[in-house]
Design a protein around this ligand. Structure first.
Ligand code: FAD
Length: 435
């Protein structure tokens, strides 16, 4: 991480709807020369997709993307680094492609949003004016949720749940490489909702894949704050087939919820007070929307942003469209694919509104989450989502499903093809973000 810790001012967006007024600072304001100004906060799956889509489809619109890092390290395919199947440069993407398309990429943190003046304030107090704002800052970790787990503890027990500068996933990989022979890797997995429902289980798989080849007597203790998870049966089939008894998954009902950690002693402590010694610990804590969304009053009490399912306009601020993991998009999962798919509807709705038009009707949102379980072994869950007045977002019946279950001897071809589809998905979505 770059050490910047934004100190943000809480603003009450509800006041706009109630006709409240705000006092403005009087700083330099960057203004685009002509055309509507679309400003995007966050250059990840939602934000980069939105900026690129806007430049291609609305050439008269000035697009500014605010992102603190000079490169984007994807969480998707990060687990493959642990499995030794990818290296960091292969999941690291430059913003040059977006610059070449005419996106004004501003490398900085957004620290405040003024929805009345329609301005974003950056960490250096520069202000950027917008006509429409897209906010896709992703998640933050709830440092208060597991006792003893704070930013310092994350250097010893990495979470590796946000791309950042890539240091978290690199630390975890180094720790796995240094694991003593026959050592114990502990994982603590959060309750719902959290970023990427199948992600922890792909991670368990990729750690097992590494250990199978380099430390076959090692053990994985996978503590879970839930009693079930995405693609549960498929993962457990794969673990049994590929890794024998290396992985022990401990659900909440069997005291799987980790409530405290002691990184110095390398101990996980469960809800019922059991102390588990681990050699390497990966703690994925509970989450909520990133600070810029919470500290500017866009979120509800649960820490996520309620949005209009048709336009992704925040319930409390109609000119601010919140996409990606930060919003409440259920039943859609918090996935990169959903962030990418919904970014397009959010941009189209924002521009339509500026033109005095209605948002695109009857949108279709897509999701496929692939997971790598082993070498040439992929599984997936897919669904198509639509919107109606009664239900908001709903899953279209029979639109997707999960990979078939059965013995590997019968499904080896299918599993190999799904691993190939996953690679193709990664290539195409990152092109749709950054090229
Ligand atoms: P992000 O992609 O995280 O982007 C947020 C960006 O906002 C970041 O670049 C951040 O630096 C920036 N930002 C934050 N605050 C500010 C601020 N104040 N000012 C300016 N910029 C800011 N999804 C899939 O679809 N398929 C997968 O296979 C998959 N695998 C995953 C595996 C793992 C291990 C994990 C952890 C996640 C995985 N996901 C996957 C989920 C996916 O990573 C997220 O759903 C996706 O990144 C969400 O997009 P986003 O735009 O909301 O957030």
């Amino acid at each position: 991480m770059n050490g910047f810790s934004p100190k943000l001012t809480r603003r009450h967006f509800g006041a706009i709807l109630a006709g409240g007024a705000f006092t403005l600072a009087a700083p330099a304001v960057l203004r685009a020369d002509t055309g509507p100004r679309l400003v995007v906060i966050g250059g990840g799956f939602g934000g980069a997709s939105a900026a690129r889509f806007a430049r291609i489809n609305y050439p008269d619109v000035n697009v500014t993307l605010i992102e603190p890092y000079d490169h984007f390290v994807t969480c998707p395919y990060g687990n493959l680094i642990l499995g030794g199947k990818r290296e960091l440069p292969q999941i690291t993407h430059s913003y040059d492609g977006l610059r070449a398309r005419g996106v004004n990429v501003v490398q900085n943190w957004a620290k405040d949003i003024d929805p009345v003046a329609k301005q974003v304030t950056l960490a250096d107090d520069t202000q950027i004016a917008y006509d429409k704002l897209i906010v896709s800052p992703g998640i933050a970790l709830r440092w208060d949720a597991i006792e003893g787990y704070d930013e310092a503890a994350a250097e010893i027990f990495p979470h590796a749940w946000m791309g950042g500068d890539g240091s978290q996933i690199t630390t975890l990989r180094r720790q796995l490489e240094a694991l003593p022979e026959g050592g114990v890797v502990g994982l603590a997995t959060p309750p719902n909702p959290f970023r990427c429902p199948p992600g922890p289980y792909e991670r368990i798989s990729m750690i097992a894949h590494h250990l199978k080849h380099h430390n076959p007597t090692a053990k994985i203790l996978a503590f879970d704050a839930k009693d079930g998870f995405s693609k549960h049966g498929l993962f457990q089939d794969g673990w049994a087939e590929l890794y024998g008894d290396m992985i022990e998954w401990i659900p909440a009902s069997q005291d799987g919820t980790i409530v405290e950690v002691d990184p110095q002693e390398k101990v996980f402590i469960s809800e019922f007070g059991e102390r588990h010694k681990v050699d390497v610990g990966n703690v994925i804590p509970p989450q909520y929307a990133a600070a810029i969304a919470r500290d500017t009053g866009l979120t509800n009490d649960g820490g996520w942003v309620p949005v209009d399912p048709l336009t992704f306009a925040a319930e409390t601020a109609p000119d601010i469209h919140v996409i990606g993991d930060a919003n409440i998009g259920s039943p859609m999962p918090k996935s990169g694919y959903v962030a990418n798919s919904t970014a397009k509807q959010a941009v189209a709705s924002a521009i339509a509104d500026l033109r005095g038009e209605s948002p695109p009707a009857d949108p279709v949102y897509f999701n496929t989450c692939y997971s790598h379980v082993g070498e040439d072994y992929g599984i997936s869950v897919a669904a198509i989502f639509r919107v109606n007045e009664e239900d908001g977002i709903f899953e279209t019946p029979d639109s997707g499903g999960v990979s078939p279950r059965g013995p590997l001897s019968e499904l080896a071809h299918n599993r190999r093809r799904e691993a190939e589809y996953a690679d193709a998905w990664y290539d195409s979505i990152t092109k749709d973000m950054f090229s």
